[in-house]
Design a protein. Structure first.
Length: 96
């Protein structure tokens, strides 16, 4: 590739880059993250929590149920579904 063509290509990248990459704030990133939160705490998480409780029932039927397993399941459910309240509590405590 000739040097003049490389120079013109580089010049065009530097001239047109600000318009190509200009975005208004962090709206695209924010909407993607909000969608992920809705997916991870929505109906899919509810179904997974139900399956975890059902598996605890099967473990109890077979005599292999321990309180450590029960505590892990309960704590996991609390953390998944209470995550927004937990974060907002810490944000208000820190003054954000």
């Amino acid at each position: 590739m000739p040097k003049i063509l490389k120079a013109l290509l580089l010049l065009s990248f530097t001239v047109f880059a600000p318009e190509a990459f200009a975005q208004t704030g962090l709206q695209p990133v924010s909407s993607v993250l909000q969608t992920m939160i809705s997916i991870l705490t929505g109906p899919i998480a509810s179904m997974l929590a139900i399956l975890a409780v059902i598996s605890c029932g099967f473990l109890a039927w077979t005599g292999r149920f321990t309180w450590g397993i029960a505590g892990s399941v309960i704590m996991g459910i609390v953390l998944v579904f209470g995550s927004t309240q937990i974060v907002s509590f810490f944000q208000s405590a820190l003054g954000h």
